[in-house]
Design a protein around this ligand. Structure first.
Ligand SMILES: [Zn+2]
Length: 105
């Protein structure tokens, strides 16, 4: 699976904090992808709000594994996706808003 589709899966159920639009493939721009570091930009197509996300210590393969694990244990966990993890991550990512570009050389 491509990095882009993995990131899109990560962003499912996330909305633009300004206009509540959902993100799609066109919203995502991968800035850096290497072992243990995945940096991408998410831009709302509707209101153009833009923010950066960095996945540290996780490359796209590990991201895919994590996403697959979430989907494969719905019978154990009533929640189909572990939203807590996503929300925690989202909070962390939001902190990068102002300085996220420093992760990009
Ligand atoms: Zn928006």
């Amino acid at each position: 699976m491509s990095e882009l589709s993995n990131i899109k899966r990560l962003l499912i159920n996330m909305h633009c904090s300004r206009c509540r639009s959902e993100y799609d493939e066109n919203s995502i721009k991968i800035m850096r992808s290497e072992k243990g570091l995945l940096v991408f930009q998410v831009k709302c197509e509707k209101c153009k709000r833009c923010f950066g996300m960095a996945l540290l210590g996780m490359d796209s393969n590990e991201l895919e594994k994590a996403l697959d694990m979430d989907e494969k244990k719905p019978e154990i966990n009533a929640e189909p996706i572990n939203y807590d993890d996503v929300l925690d991550a989202h909070h962390f990512f939001q902190n990068l808003d102002e300085n996220w570009s420093k992760y990009i050389n």
